[in-house]
Design a protein around this ligand. Structure first.
Ligand code: HSE
Length: 438
């Protein structure tokens, strides 16, 4: 067993692919001593000259060859594991499917692929007796999927709350510490390379929704795809709301939630939206680009997994960890035996059925009886107030009212907001942010 070498094919040599090659090469000795010798024997990447240059720089000329054709990896009988790090759905889906069908275990960081085609790929892996691992697809370097799948397998999961997008956490942290608007903070995130030129996936919450689909699928043994996740991003969050939240004892975070529906064992809530979190909650102090996943299990109680959710080496750490697990299973002849099983078929609750407290900011006329009309609009939808504050009067003579409701079904809240928007004394409903807690 000590002399066995497990050969690996790597598809993609971008940020994460480059980091993975580096980690596997630089830490090869300790990996071999802990587990098994792993050799990246072929790399498929469109830029052949760059691939050859990296092979040379890492001293891998004797063992590693470059190609631009992924079939060279699939058709190589010596390769037992394929690492897919090109991202996106196509052609990654075709490449991963071909590798699994050819009897190779697959490791990927591709959240888009797992959140949309996970179930069919798990089945393909099962049918071919191989493994399909994707730890790096959620929260980068944080080992949350293995923890959920294995270490917490004895628990019923009471709740998962995650800050799983570093870009939006950076933007909201900057808005909070500098009292700045959204746009300049987004621009700074782009300058620092956190946000892409087209930041839609991050700031609209889609990236977080894919990660929550994967987390919820594992935690609740059901095939939850990204299109089932309710999503709101952070583009409507203003510096005024962040300042009020701060005064009221809360931090605003883009949070992904997955939890069972109260009183309905067949349903779960899976959502991504900005959330006001009490400053005492562990997630409230997760700042900048850091990620954290807060998990409550019925046996474990509360715990939080914290770390870097993106970046070359942190993400490579998770990919390489999966490669080592897959390699150990190959030499121990145990591959394909611990797949993910969707033995339940949980329904996802519509957002209108979810229950929350709500922060509302209204711009109203500064006249008598206005508060009474607003109170009546909420009371008609059975909504009770936790706190009401009349804040500044703007240059245009409008008064700003900030209020927090008690817990209520979102359908009732939407009904009340609709009613408020039609009141003559209400100029606009400037903001609505959900508030964590009962
Ligand atoms: N764009 C993601 C983030 C990293 O900002 O966290 C990749 O999932």
């Amino acid at each position: 067993m000590e002399n066995k070498i497990v050969k690996v094919g790597l598809i993609g040599l971008g940020t994460v692919g480059g980091g993975t090659l580096e980690v596997l090469a630089k830490n090869s000795e300790v990996i071999a001593k802990r587990a098994v010798k792993i050799e990246v024997s072929r790399i498929c990447n469109l830029d052949l000259a760059y691939t050859e240059q990296r092979i040379k720089e890492l001293g891998l000329e004797g063992t590693t060859t470059a190609t631009t054709n992924f079939r060279d990896l699939i058709d190589d009988p010596e390769i037992d594991i394929v690492i897919e790090l090109i991202g996106g759905i196509h052609p990654a889906l075709e490449m991963v499917s071909a590798a699994l069908a050819a009897g190779k275990s697959v490791v990927t960081a591709n959240k888009d692929l797992v959140a949309s085609h996970g179930a069919e790929l798990f089945e393909l892996a099962d049918n071919n007796g191989v493994d399909f691992f994707f730890e790096a697809s959620v929260a980068g370097g944080i080992p949350i999927l293995k923890a959920l799948k294995d270490s917490l397998a004895a628990n019923n999961i009471v709740e998962i709350m995650g800050i799983v997008n570093g870009t939006t956490n950076y933007i909201l942290s900057q808005m909070t510490s500098n009292g700045a608007d959204f746009e300049p903070c987004l621009k700074r995130a782009q300058e620092l390379g956190y946000a892409e030129a087209n930041p839609t996936n991050d700031i609209e919450g889609f990236d977080a929704a894919r990660k929550m689909a994967i987390l919820a699928s594992i935690a609740y043994n059901s095939n939850i795809t990204e299109d089932m996740v309710y999503v709101e991003g952070i583009t409507n969050i203003t510096k005024f709301d962040i300042a009020y939240a701060d005064q009221l004892g809360y931090a605003v975070k883009l949070v992904g939630l997955a939890k069972p529906a109260p009183g309905d064992e067949n349903s779960i809530a899976v959502c991504v939206y900005p959330l006001m979190i009490a400053k005492e909650h562990p997630l409230a102090s997760v700042n900048d680009v850091f990620n954290a996943v807060f998990v409550e299990g019925d046996a474990l109680g509360q715990s939080m997994f914290y770390g870097r959710g993106a970046g070359s080496l942190p993400t490579a750490s998770a990919v390489a960890g999966d490669v080592i697990t897959a390699a150990k299973k190959i030499i121990n002849n145990t591959r394909g035996v611990s797949g993910i099983r969707f033995f339940e078929n949980k329904k996802v609750l519509p957002i209108t059925e979810c229950i929350n407290k709500y922060y509302i900011r209204l711009m109203v006329q500064d006249k008598p009886k206005v508060l009474a009309q607003i109170a009546d609009a909420f009371a008609t939808s059975d909504i009770s107030m936790d706190s009401v504050i009349q804040k500044r009067v703007t240059d245009s003579g409008l008064a700003e009212i900030v209020l927090i409701t008690h817990s209520v079904k979102e359908a009732n809240l939407q009904e009340a907001l609709e009613r408020l928007q039609h009141l003559a004394c209400v100029d606009c409903v400037a903001s609505m942010i959900r508030v964590n807690g009962d």
